[in-house]
Design a binder for this molecule. Structure first.
Ligand code: GTP
Ligand code: MG
Ligand code: NA
Length: 498
């Protein structure tokens, strides 16, 4: 890096906003992908991470080749807008440097927009407003991917005046929530007044403006935050059961470098779990980390980046020490470690143990974090709770929930607990439904029949499990959205009562 200019890492940018404001579609427009079109029920149910390299961003803006972009790229975190996913939203925001709040221009500020503003204030994060769906203004003349000022000039007087009053309404609503905002092209107090960028995720107007603000203007106001640092800062985004890779831990690497073979500590509900990074995977640039597509394998990954960590020990590496005469006990311990990983708590730190570091001390730090994660959830939860599980509360009588990731599990449980639904949870698991799960859930057949159910989200139900459930009278419900899953259950209960 030349002169005394500090090396900057990619800013991490969280996309927040109410359901259907167009968060995912806006990202699709930037990436040239169609993630939104393939989402079940058209809703985002999983937090996502996409790396946008500076060159790709340049292609989408009017920046000349010689104009420098100070950051190597942008790591964008997509969040769900639905109410039950509030934990994913706050988790996404807690690891971000900046945010984009997407507002539907035809609707103005909505419930989860206001919730997002509250979060932004708590975390003291700077943000930009994308005032999306301008193409919905009556009579809008499409100007594909044009800068917004240019596109606005081309509109009829009617469109211009509709735009103006809708914009004024949104500015007033922000004011009511304690934020001064202004369209960015008229904003000469950019540090104090929040920028609004009108956009269309459908035809791309304003998208170059949004990208320019993110890579040219924002890094200037948060330069210190973005100074690259070797000290590793890494947060667990999600834990997944992958059909080929086993348990994988998706992380956001905020600072530093992760390497294959690094010894890492993961915070789990059962305590710190120490393991070795076997493989580091990232999606291809401009592609989603959560998409079940092709991954790139890396020996090392530098911040900021969304990374899938494969921690499963291959069969061979378990068999080899055995042949060398290591006790069975050692092998047993290894299995416990691997199983423990699935209880990794999303939102906690991944700690890297460097050669020469004190492992005990590192584990103590992890333990402290676990205690904190648990105590903050304790404060929020009341009722007849008997057991604390990865920030998920369970009861003696209730249904059994199974999901592909911790985040969706939390969302299902949040929805079950909401006042309109109010269904207790007996136990939960991640990954495919096996016979064991059916056996556990079957405990309710004797206690309370209406709870003799497994809600299975985005996971396979093994044939033996289905067979056992059918035999014993346990119902397994599957659906592709959290809301449908719970609706089917409530319909089932009505059926039982009638
Ligand atoms: P959740 O993730 O479920 O909270 O929604 P979201 O904010 O990601 O919104 P999404 O991208 O799913 O878009 C919702 C709907 O609005 C989809 O049908 C999109 O095609 C549509 N949409 C999004 N942006 C625009 C836009 O700029 N113009 C128009 N006309 N439609 C849009
Ligand atoms: Mg979405
Ligand atoms: Na949506």
């Amino acid at each position: 890096v030349a002169g005394d200019e500090k090396e900057l890492r990619a800013p991490i940018c969280c996309i927040l906003g109410h359901v259907d404001a167009g968060k995912t579609k806006l990202l699709d427009c930037i990436r040239g992908t169609n993630v939104q079109g393939r989402e079940a029920g058209g809703i985002t149910q999983q937090i996502g991470a996409t790396y946008l390299p500076a060159e790709n961003i340049r292609d989408r803006t009017s920046l000349k080749a010689e104009t420098a972009i100070k950051v190597p790229g942008l790591l964008v975190i997509d969040t769900p807008g639905h109410e039950s996913f509030s934990k994913m939203r706050s988790r996404g925001l807690s690891m971000c440097d900046i945010a984009v709040v997407v507002v539907d221009i035809t609707k103005g500020l909505e419930k989860q927009t206001v919730e997002s503003l509250h979060l932004l204030r708590c975390h003291n994060v700077s943000f930009i407003v994308a005032l999306n769906k301008v193409d919905r203004l009556y009579g809008w003349k499409e100007c594909t991917n044009a800068p917004i000022v240019e596109a606005l000039k081309k509109q009829s007087d009617d469109v211009k005046s509709e735009y103006k009053w809708r914009l004024t309404k949104v500015v007033t609503e922000f004011k009511e929530n304690g934020f001064n905002t202004a369209p960015y092209y008229e904003n000469n107090k950019k540090k104090k007044v929040v920028n609004i960028v009108p956009t269309s995720a459908e035809s791309g107007e304003g998208v170059p403006d949004l990208l320019l603000l993110l890579v040219r203007w924002l890094p200037d106001i948060i330069t210190d935050k973005l100074a690259y640092d070797d000290t590793i800062e890494c947060t667990v985004l999600e834990v997944n059961e992958h059909k080929d890779l086993g348990t994988t831990v998706d992380v956001v690497l905020i600072n530093g470098v992760l390497r294959q073979g690094d010894q890492v500590i993961v915070c789990t509900k059962q305590g710190p779990v120490t393991t070795i990074i076997r493989d580091l995977l990232t999606p291809h640039p401009m592609k989603e980390l959560k998409a079940k597509g092709a991954y790139k394998h890396h020996k090392e990954v530098r911040a900021a980046q969304g990374v899938k960590i494969v921690a499963r020990v291959s069969f061979i590496s378990i068999a080899v020490p055995y042949e060398h005469g290591i006790h069975c006990q050692t092998i047993h311990c290894l299995f416990v470690f691997l199983q423990g990983l699935q209880y990794a708590m999303a939102g906690t730190s991944l700690i890297v143990v460097k050669p020469g570091d004190d492992l005990r001390q590192a584990e103590a730090a992890a333990m402290q974090e676990i205690d904190m994660a648990i105590s903050t959830t304790d404060e929020n939860e009341k009722g007849t709770t008997t057991q604390e599980v990865s920030s998920i509360m369970t009861c003696k009588e209730g249904i059994y929930v199974q999901a592909s990731s911790v985040g969706t599990l939390e969302a299902i449980i949040a929805h079950l607990k909401s006042s309109s639904v109010d269904i207790p949870v007996y136990d939960w698991n991640l990954g495919p439904v096996y016979k064991q799960d059916v056996m556990k859930a079957s405990a309710m057949l004797k206690r309370k029949e209406e709870y003799a159910v497994i809600l299975a989200f985005d996971v396979k139900v093994m044939p033996e499990a289905s067979a056992l459930a059918a035999e014993s009278g346990l119902k397994i419900i599957t659906a592709d959205t959290v809301y449908r899953l719970v609706n089917i259950y409530t319909e089932h209960i009505k059926g039982l009562k009638e």
